[in-house]
Design a protein around this ligand. Structure first.
Ligand code: HEM
Length: 445
């Protein structure tokens, strides 16, 4: 059994291409631009600029990290329905991400079912570019109008997850809690800020452009404002996983390629083994097709890192900064050979990648699907940049996945440069198939 997390490259995207942009059988690719094509193209220019400006002050990491929009295939409306939520494994992974955590205001199972129904309908509409209803001018419009007449395709995906607090005594769901779903504890080196941690519900959004994300968030909040209150929000950029990301593997804010050895989301065998919760094994029936989601808002002390010698930086991670290859090798996707380096001469025994995945038979079960992104939040009272990694991982078991990896990383040299300040453990709901279904229906019925 292999313990590699080698990506296999982009798979054909199952989403719905914008029909106006697709060449179609026997037709040459179009050279002109439709109105919608123009809108998408214009977004590509203006919003990418806005992302750089708003998120990182036009600094170099954004330019390096965010895959060039030009290199990407045509943007699509992604399918919403499936046995699992499609946004967890959709490729290519769009450059921008957002996490929004909410608390449910009314302790009433019917109200919760109502929230889930409203959210599902809105996500369905958002992901398919459903045009807003037109209304009498005497009423407020049904959408913000941010994206015009019809939201253009932008690879928008929204994933809905539930937190451990939803299984307290408010909704009568105590006996339906996924077996391993607990409030995220303080782990070594953590300084969790309660104002940026946990939540009843979590929305994970991704798209190519910031206005698409803002539009989606506002729609979702407007549909649920009577019952949901926003607790915290993280917005960021430079998502991607391995060669599945057009333009190459994005770099993190420490300047290293991030995602090289991630699991390939297109590999169903790997996803079934490591990501999707299956029926049985002590899990409630409704949870099959869901996935445990670990979220960690990890501050990076970048000024300190930038004063560290290159050789030291590379030893801490275990990879060459320039190429992303394991130390001592030239190819980014080469397998680090730990058997031939038992003393840690090439890759130190406490290097991040070696601890995260020692590639031994005993740790072969500890693989996780990472789908995080990077954030900037201005600067702190000491004038230091407040930046970091919004780490997100999906796994079939928190204990065998995230927690096993995190426990091995505990005490790693990288800890001197990072500190986890927020996040939580969540459970991404199973997908739904059929217009009469809503996310979490089996949980609340
Ligand atoms: C700010 C914090 C972190 C930074 C800067 C960071 C950086 C990196 C980098 C540069 C790589 C190598 C490229 C790649 O394969 O993606 C990597 C790999 C990896 N990281 Fe992290 N990481 C961080 C936190 C975490 C956390 C919290 C976990 C899980 C608990 C984790 C798990 C992994 C895993 C599983 C790999 C792949 C190792 C392999 O298969 O070789 N990382 N990380």
């Amino acid at each position: 059994m292999t313990n590699q997390q080698t990506p296999r490259g982009p798979r054909p995207d199952p989403g719905t291409p914008d029909p106006a942009a697709a060449p179609g059988p026997g037709r040459p690719p179009r050279t002109g631009l439709s109105r919608r094509g123009f809108v998408t193209g214009a977004l590509g220019v203006t919003a990418a600029g806005a992302a750089g400006a708003a998120l990182a002050g036009c600094s170099a990491p954004v330019q390096q990290g965010a895959p060039s929009t030009d290199a990407l295939p045509t943007a699509r409306y992604l399918p919403f329905e499936g046995p699992t939520q499609t946004g967890i494994t959709a490729t290519p992974v769009p450059a921008l991400g957002m996490l929004a955590a909410f608390s449910v205001q009314r302790a009433d199972r019917a109200a919760l079912a109502g929230v889930l129904t409203e959210l599902t309908d809105e996500i369905r509409g958002l992901m398919s570019g459903r045009p807003p209803q037109t209304r009498d001018g005497a009423y407020p419009p049904t959408d913000s109008g941010l994206l015009g007449e019809r939201p253009p395709p932008d690879d928008l995906a929204v994933v809905l997850s539930v937190g451990a607090s939803l299984f307290d005594d408010r909704f009568g769901l105590v006996d339906r809690r996924p077996r391993e779903l607990v409030t995220m504890p303080f782990l070594a080196n953590d300084r969790l800020d309660p104002a940026r941690s946990h939540g009843d519900l979590l929305l994970s959004l991704e798209a190519r452009h910031p206005d698409t994300l803002q539009f989606a968030l506002r729609q979702l909040m407007r549909r649920t404002r009577a019952n949901l209150v926003l607790n915290w929000l993280v917005e960021g950029f430079a998502r991607g996983s391995g060669i599945a990301a057009a333009g190459g593997t994005p770099r993190n804010l420490l300047g290293f390629k991030d995602g090289t050895a991630n699991l390939d989301p297109a590999d169903d065998t790997l996803m079934n083994r490591h990501v999707w919760v299956a029926a049985g094994g002590g899990e409630p029936d409704w949870a099959a097709g869901g996935s445990y989601q670990a979220v960690r808002a990890i501050r990076m002390f970048v000024e300190f890192w930038d004063r560290t010698q290159l050789a030291e930086q590379e030893a801490i991670i275990g990879r060459h900064k320039n190429t992303g290859a394991p130390l001592g090798q030239a190819d980014e996707f080469a397998e680090p050979n730990y058997t031939d380096d038992a003393e840690g001469q090439r890759i130190k025994l406490d290097a991040h990648i070696r601890l995260a995945n020692p590639r031994t038979p005993e740790t072969a079960d500890n693989l996780i699907l990472r789908r995080g992104f990077h954030f900037t939040r201005g600067f702190d009272a000491a004038g230091r940049l407040d930046q970091g990694l919004a780490f997100v991982s999906y796994q079939r078991s928190l204990e065998r996945g995230f927690l096993a990896v995190q426990n091995r990383l505990s005490g790693e040299p990288l800890e001197e440069y990072i500190q986890t300040q927020g996040g939580g453990f969540f459970f991404a709901l199973p997908g739904v198939q059929g217009a009469d279904r809503f996310l979490g229906d089996q949980l609340v019925r």
